[in-house]
Ligand binder design. Structure first.
Ligand SMILES: Nc1ncnc2c1ncn2[C@@H]1O[C@H](COP(=O)(O)OP(=O)(O)OP(=O)(O)O)[C@@H](O)[C@H]1O
Length: 262
């Protein structure tokens, strides 16, 4: 049984750009019928890097994340996973938008976090002491250990978000994909979530977060991808976070696009 953490690459002083990508998205177009959600998007996702995908409502952010977990099929273009990532079933953890989940399901916080672990173990294999330790550790890291016996339906939005993070941590995944983890949480929880994700990246995982909070992302992330049906700009925050790029991303009448690379 695999009880310990995966052997993540050692953190080095190497610049993230110098590492080969764990995931390469090339000229990806996603559509729902005749409606194009995202067109011709290309980006690289690297281990040790905290990436934010930023854009307004309807920009195609969630669709991009869903395509990365195989929940949305590309109309054209490719998504290539590096062999070193391992099996996507165990190597990738996806945290969907909180409001898309059924919080009336009769389970406790502990059981929910354990679900991430059992997904890793596979069906029919019972969790052992090491798994319980991982769950306990994840709940503590996410700051919800004291709530472990609570029914998930009785939690606040910020508490629910942290339970989802705990469940993600128990997966021991190498690629973490989070859809709007900052939505509906207070400033202190937002800070805690960003710090937790920063640590995940610093430990060698690839972290990809969808958000519309450009300011929070620019302050903590290594790589920003601004999208509005297309990739408007991408690169390091100090290069990408410009008034022109913000305007091009968030203006309702988005026409054309510019590119900036760090
Ligand atoms: N299942 C679906 N069927 C049809 N159209 C969809 C579906 N999912 C998304 N869309 C459309 O695709 C476009 C992009 O949606 P997507 O959810 O990817 O955007 P988003 O940037 O994540 O937006 P939000 O911030 O509002 O979650 C939108 O116009 C949306 O209406």
């Amino acid at each position: 049984m695999n009880s310990g953490p995966l052997p993540f690459p050692q953190v080095t002083n190497q610049q993230p750009e110098a590492r080969s990508p764990l995931v390469q998205v090339s000229h990806l177009t996603l559509s729902y019928g005749s409606q194009i959600a995202l067109e011709d998007a290309s980006l690289s996702i690297r281990a040790g890097e905290f990436t934010a995908i930023i854009g307004p409502n309807g920009a195609g952010k969630s669709s991009l994340l869903k395509a990365l977990v195989g929940l949305a099929a590309p109309s054209s273009g490719t998504i290539t996973f590096a062999p070193e990532l391992g099996r996507p079933q165990t190597a990738v953890a996806y945290v969907p938008q909180q409001q898309t989940l059924d919080w009336g399901f009769p389970v406790t916080v502990w059981d929910t976090a354990m679900m991430g672990r059992t997904a890793r173990l596979g069906w029919g294999r019972w969790p052992g002491r090491a798994d319980r330790e991982r769950v306990s550790e994840a709940l503590q890291k996410a700051g919800v250990y004291d709530l472990k016996d609570r029914h998930i339906g009785a939690l606040s939005g910020g508490q629910r978000q942290r339970v989802l993070l705990a469940r993600m941590l128990t997966r021991d995944a190498r690629l973490l994909l989070l859809d709007e983890p900052l939505t509906g949480v207070d400033a202190a929880t937002q800070e805690r979530i960003m710090a937790l994700l920063r640590v995940q990246a610093d430990e060698g995982r690839a972290v990809v977060m969808v958000t519309h909070d450009l300011e929070a992302a620019a302050a903590a992330c290594d790589h920003l991808v601004l999208v509005n049906r297309r990739v408007v700009a991408q690169g390091r925050p100090e290069v990408v976070y410009t008034p022109q790029n913000v305007e091009a991303t968030f203006s309702s009448s988005h026409l054309g696009h510019t590119h900036a690379h760090a």
